[in-house]
Write a protein that binds this ligand. Structure first.
Ligand code: PEP
Ligand code: MG
Length: 542
């Protein structure tokens, strides 16, 4: 038995088998060999094994994401038949008399560099693919298991740290809980855990080497502790607590179908935040009135190439159709900072949170932006869509966005493609946007306040930095005054205003927000009924 403390980023209690995610950089050592034929045979076997895995992955992905989502695995399988690539590895094994792992890794790096240096965007994107297949070959040569295949049964994932793209690729049904050594409460990985309602602890000083897959972990994110190999007595107590929590959840169910109306008759909308099409199930299950933030950038993570207009259109249409006329606010691409994607070819930055991200990328790379906007405008025909733009700092940016949306409108008209212009708003998540919110309100249909970034930029605290978490205080008077100012400016211009940052779900502030006049709160699906419970006894006026 080992008991360790951590910090809860999503409350809950679970018990189940451990899956340890080890992801040290693949260490590939150069080794001299004596029999080149035997080494090439070993290599050929790993190629065959890799092809079989890719067929299996393709079949699985077709079921989860359709043919277009699965296509990448077919591309990878075909790359394993590319003669130039295979010849380069064979030749290195023979001429340098080195092990197959080394030859595959070096050739993978060389080909990847070559693709990355090409002008053609399609070829550029192949750089990540060739690296992926080389890593697969090396893994198979070393007899290692692929991380994605570990979670064949529901498990508690224990890792050093998790990136948003790793988290989004996991099969949600097979994750009971998360325990990580590092991480911060306000990172997107923590937000994802809350969106999926998966109990999660960060900052747990566990030695991963001491753990092995199959051990039992009891994650109590209420008391903020994890127990590995709990005693019989601890298990019994935990089971009781789990039953108690389930009963509380059942009681919340009675709020389904009820209105979000205060005791003095003021109504507020409670919507849900999602990151993928499959999250819509949680939105409906928790009786949210709509979707207040669909972080569309998650469609871009965990893949090797840009999603096409058609893929995006189908995803957005599916969400709109499933929500059947309820409001769906889709935020345009907010890539950058902690949400990294290799195929965007972004440089490493010293201050990524203050760097090249979100609308800055979209305005500088209109090809990417227009593809997304076309998909959104086309999907708008199928439901009640609102589109919002992240990381706005100025009136000029909104004007530049408008110029792009006018262009795509003209294009769609010319091409005779059906579309509808959605309601359009912006996120208020920079102090600059707050200060010019009076002018911005004249230009847009609504505001949604992103308190996660607004706190980061106002208090000058990197939301990713676990060392300074104690200073990250979204209850700071400065933040609350800003929210009030934004609400007042929106209302003066007759526009609605919501909060979609994590603060929207903070029930200590629900009454404050209602009194300020906030029109909508968009929260993790599992928080919808809890916030509703808080709203009903509140008073909007004294
Ligand atoms: C925010 O900044 O509050 C927000 C909702 O956006 P994200 O957390 O995705 O940056
Ligand atoms: Mg933000």
């Amino acid at each position: 038995m080992q008991k360790l403390q951590g910090k809860a980023v999503c409350r809950g209690i679970v018990m189940g088998p451990v899956s340890v995610l080890r992801k040290e950089e693949q260490q590939v050592k150069r080794r001299r060999i004596t029999d080149a034929d035997a080494e090439i045979l070993r290599f050929t076997e790993s190629v065959e094994q890799s092809k079989l895995q890719l067929v299996e992955l393709y079949d699985k992905a077709v079921m989860q994401a359709g043919e277009s989502g699965a296509a990448i695995f077919e591309v990878h399988r075909m790359m394993l038949e590319d003669e130039d690539y295979l010849d380069a590895i064979h030749s290195m094994i023979r001429t340098e008399m080195v092990n197959a792992e080394y030859a595959a890794a070096v050739t993978g790096d060389n080909f990847s560099e070559m693709f990355a240096g090409m002008d053609d965007a399609y070829m550029k994107a192949r750089a990540a693919d060739v690296k992926d297949i080389s890593e697969r070959l090396v893994r198979n040569l070393k007899g290692e298991i692929e991380t994605g295949l570990l979670y064949r049964e529901p498990s508690v994932i224990v890792a050093d740290d998790l990136s948003p793209s790793e988290t989004i690729q996991m099969e949600k049904e097979n994750i009971l809980g998360f325990v990580t050594v590092h991480g911060s409460t306000n990172s997107h990985t923590a937000i994802l855990a809350r969106m999926m309602n998966i109990p999660a602890l960060i900052g747990v000083q566990v030695d991963l080497e001491q753990l092995h897959t199959g051990m039992t972990a009891l994650v109590d994110a209420f008391s903020e502790e994890v127990i590995f190999e709990p005693s019989e007595e601890m298990r019994k107590k935990a089971e009781e607590k789990i039953r108690g929590e389930q009963e509380k959840l059942l009681m919340l169910q009675s709020l389904k179908g009820q209105q979000n109306i205060t005791s003095d008759g003021h109504k507020i909308d409670i919507y849900a935040n999602i990151g993928s099409v499959s999250d819509v199930g949680y939105v409906l299950e928790n009786d949210a009135g709509g979707i207040g933030l669909f972080r569309s950038e998650f469609l871009y993570l965990g893949r090797n190439d840009f999603p096409t207009e058609e893929e995006q259109f189908l995803a957005y249409r599916q969400v709109l159709q499933t929500m059947a006329g309820k409001k769906v606010v889709i935020r345009t691409l907010d890539i950058g900072a902690d949400k990294k994607v290799d195929y965007f070819g972004l440089e490493n930055e010293a201050n990524p949170a203050m760097g090249y991200r979100a609308i800055r990328i979209c305005l500088k790379r209109p090809d990417i932006f227009k593809t997304q906007l076309r998909a959104l405008w086309r999907a708008a025909v199928y439901g009640n869509l609102s589109v919002m733009y992240p990381m706005i700092t100025s009136v000029e940016e909104v004007e530049n966005i408008r110029a792009v949306t006018e262009e795509i409108k003209g294009d769609l008209d010319r091409e005779g493609i059906p579309y509808q212009v959605p309601e359009q708003g912006i996120m208020i998540e920079t102090p600059a946007a707050v200060m010019v919110s009076d002018e911005l309100a004249e230009l847009v249909d609504f505001f949604s306040i992103g308190t996660n970034d607004l706190t980061q930029y106002t208090l000058a605290i990197d939301r990713q930095n676990e060392q300074i978490e104690e200073f990250y205080n979204p209850h700071h008077k400065g933040i609350l005054r800003m929210i009030r100012m934004v609400v007042d400016n929106a209302h003066k211009a007759g526009k609605w205003v919501g909060i979609c940052g994590e603060l929207g779900a903070d029930t200590e502030l629900t009454e404050t927000f209602i009194r300020m006049g906030v029109d909508e709160l968009s929260v993790a699906p599992a928080m919808v009924l809890k916030v509703r419970k808080k709203v009903r006894p509140c008073k909007a006026l004294d």
